[in-house]
Ligand binder design. Structure first.
Ligand SMILES: C[S@@+](CC[C@H](N)C(=O)[O-])C[C@H]1O[C@@H](n2cnc3c(N)ncnc32)[C@H](O)[C@@H]1O
Length: 275
């Protein structure tokens, strides 16, 4: 049993990861590869991490390659993360969009376990409670991620006490969740029906997704190289109509895409629009 990646395999796997997912590991993250792949290789009865990496890079078993890649993603997420994007959504973006579009399309482009798209859906629903005639032709929220594992959890929409305790206000729990087995709460159908989940890699082309009035791309570009980040921002901007908005993570910027995007400051927080 070898649980320690050797240097040559580490650098080869880092390049593979950057090419396939955009994620850059840097020079000294051998420990991360060791710990994350050691768990996944057990699923395939492989005991040597260097053999496992070789198999993942060969692509001969696509499931093994996918599992190796997705085990290197960081899926940290919680409800109404950073609060300000959702405040901007209800105080500025949704009221403005309600005057301009009849059908609202939103993309949560790295949705992890679903907390982000469901938080968006709750915010939209709360807005519609006050302004029931808005978006008369419907609301569509597309939620995507590279990892099928997190998408399966998101689609199921059932969360344990720990996940629920991370940022979900009690009145939202009461309005949009119902008790289910194993002390979990399940997203109700009112919310679920607004969200469609699909697998998508931000490194690929996604023009076929169509235009979106709002794009959330939060806490994922921090893992990418400046070059890949700039390319993705350019591709996302191409999907925004003139009235559209892009919402990034609190630690993320539009560096490399200032020619196509501009910052819009709100009382609390900010978003980006197309130049
Ligand atoms: C830290 S989570 C952020 C989740 C959520 N946006 C939030 O802010 O709470 C980052 C997510 O990005 C996904 N991801 C990583 N690389 C990706 C790629 N190339 N394409 C699409 N999703 C990716 C990961 O699987 C992970 O679920």
């Amino acid at each position: 049993m070898t649980n320690t990646v050797d240097d040559a395999q580490y650098f080869a796997f880092s390049r593979f990861l950057a090419q396939r997912l955009g994620i850059t590991l840097g020079n000294n993250k051998q420990y991360l590869v060791n710990s994350r792949l050691s768990q996944t290789m057990r699923e395939f009865d492989i005991t040597d991490i260097n053999v496992f990496i070789q198999a993942a890079m060969s692509g001969q078993n696509p499931r093994l390659t996918d599992r190796a890649l997705e085990s290197m993603t960081t899926n940290e997420t919680f409800w109404f993360r950073d609060e300000y994007p959702y405040q901007i959504l209800s105080s500025t973006l949704l009221p403005n969009l309600a005057k301009q579009v009849k059908k609202l399309r939103i993309w949560s482009s790295a949705c992890s376990y679903g907390q982000e798209p469901y938080s968006i859906a709750m915010t939209v629903h709360e807005f519609l409670r006050k302004q029931s005639g808005a978006f008369a032709e419907g609301v569509e929220i597309i939620a995507s991620d590279i990892s099928q594992r997190v998408l399966n959890v998101a689609k199921e929409g059932k969360y344990d006490e720990l996940a629920i305790s991370r940022g979900l206000p009690i009145e939202m729990q009461n309005r949009y969740f119902e008790p289910t087995t194993c002390n979990r709460l399940a997203v109700n159908n009112k919310l679920k029906s607004l969200v469609t989940f699909r697998q998508a890699n931000l490194m690929d082309s996604f023009y076929s997704f169509g235009k979106f009035d709002l794009i959330f791309c939060r806490n994922v570009l921090i893992y990418f190289s400046n070059d890949d980040k700039a390319k993705i921002l350019q591709k996302l901007t191409a999907l925004l109509p003139p009235h559209g908005a892009l919402i990034l993570g609190a630690a993320e910027s539009i560096s490399g895409a200032e020619d196509v995007l501009k910052m819009e400051k709100c009382t609390r927080g900010l978003y980006y629009s197309k130049r």
